[in-house]
Structures are given as structure tokens and as C-alpha cells.
Design a protein around this ligand. Structure first.
Ligand SMILES: [Zn+2]
Length: 202
């Protein structure tokens, strides 16, 4: 089950990333249409990046230095154009929901290992919580629980009524919750066939 949940979530994350990237493309297109110089700068920057890589391969240090100077100049120009449009640098970057993992679900550590991001961990918890029926706790809890719904007619097989039985279970459950943090508290297990109303009775 856990694997299925993770698979599903990672698919959602991929879709989120694609959406963020498409959204960026749209924003870029609109901005470049109104300020064509920005599109030119982008083009020049990518051309310089290729040239810089070439110069580095041939170990041409002065060439690289020269190109870096141009790149810095272009970046400054780009920034001042953005400023004049009342935009900041982040406008030309994808807007990911999680800034820590850029919606990949994982964070790359300095030693190149990966750690699951807090956002993905939380999403897994949320999904498990919903699946466990515990998301109804605001409606289904000890305060809203009523013994009245159980018959008080004694069942000769058990020599007690369903209500007496449920009262006993109720008391045991309260006891369990009150002593939950104590080391010697044993687990509580509800068993029985499907349809026996193990979940809750309002
Ligand atoms: Zn994250």
C-alpha cells in the first residue's frame, strides 16, 4: 500500500512540475512579446554559455574571462529591465509549490545522497491518515459516542446486553487512551467480521 501511495504522489509531483514549467513558458512568452530585448538577452546568454564551454574545453582562460564579463553585463541589463517592469528575478523561474525540493519530493544533500522532502513525508502521512478513517475524528469521538444506540436487552448467550458489552469496551478504550504514553500499556485491537460496526456508532 505504501508503495502505491508513493507512486501516486510522485506522479502528482511530476504533474505539478510540468504545470510550473508550462506556466513559466507562458509568462516568458508574454513578457518577451512586450519587451523583445529580454528575449535577445536570453538568446545571447545561451550562446555565451555554449561558447564558454567550448573555451573551457580548449583551456582558453582569457577567452572564458572575456565571455564571463559579457555574461555579467547581460545579466545586469536583464535585471534592470525586470526592475523597470516591476518584476524580480524569480519571475523568470518556475513557481514550485515547495521551494526546498522544487516539487521533486527529494532533497539532494551535499554528499549527493537524497533525502525525502518534508512536503512528501507530510503528503504520505495525510494519505495514510485519510485511509485509516481517522479523518472523521471531529465527528466521531468519545464525546459524540452514544451507548443509547445499543440494545439493553440481555443476550442469553453472553449473559449481558449489547449495551453492557459496549459500555465495557468504551471504558477499556478510555483507559487505553489515558494510559497511552505509559510504557507498560498494551495495544488495543478490535477484531470481528465486516459489518459488525467496529468503526463507530452514532
Ligand atoms: Zn518539498
Amino acid at each position: 500500500m505504501a508503495n502505491e501511495v508513493l507512486k501516486l504522489l510522485l506522479k502528482e509531483y511530476e504533474q505539478k512540475r510540468v504545470r510550473a514549467e508550462l506556466d513559466l513558458e507562458k509568462r516568458k512568452e508574454e513578457l518577451y512579446n512586450s519587451v523583445p530585448r529580454l528575449a535577445q538577452i536570453e538568446e545571447e546568454l545561451s550562446r555565451y554559455a555554449i561558447n564558454t564551454a567550448k573555451e573551457m574545453l580548449t583551456n582558453n582562460k582569457s577567452g572564458v574571462k572575456e565571455l564571463n564579463k559579457y555574461v555579467e553585463k547581460l545579466k545586469k541589463e536583464k535585471e534592470s529591465i525586470l526592475k523597470s517592469q516591476k518584476l524580480d528575478r524569480s519571475y523568470l523561474k518556475p513557481k514550485y509549490e515547495c521551494k526546498d525540493c522544487n516539487d521533486t519530493g527529494y532533497i539532494v544533500n551535499s554528499d549527493y545522497t537524497t533525502t525525502m522532502c518534508h512536503c512528501l513525508k507530510q503528503k504520505i502521512l495525510d494519505k495514510s491518515y485519510n485511509k485509516s478513517n481517522m479523518s472523521n475524528l471531529d465527528k466521531e469521538n468519545f464525546e459524540t459516542f452514544s451507548l443509547e444506540v445499543f440494545s439493553n436487552i440481555k443476550d442469553p448467550r453472553f449473559n449481558m446486553s449489547p449495551r453492557d458489552n459496549m459500555e465495557y469496551i468504551y471504558k477499556k478504550s478510555i483507559e487505553f487512551v489515558e494510559n497511552f504514553d505509559k510504557a507498560n500499556t498494551k495495544n488495543l485491537l478490535f477484531t470481528g467480521n465486516i459489518g459488525l460496526r467496529k468503526n463507530f456508532y452514532v
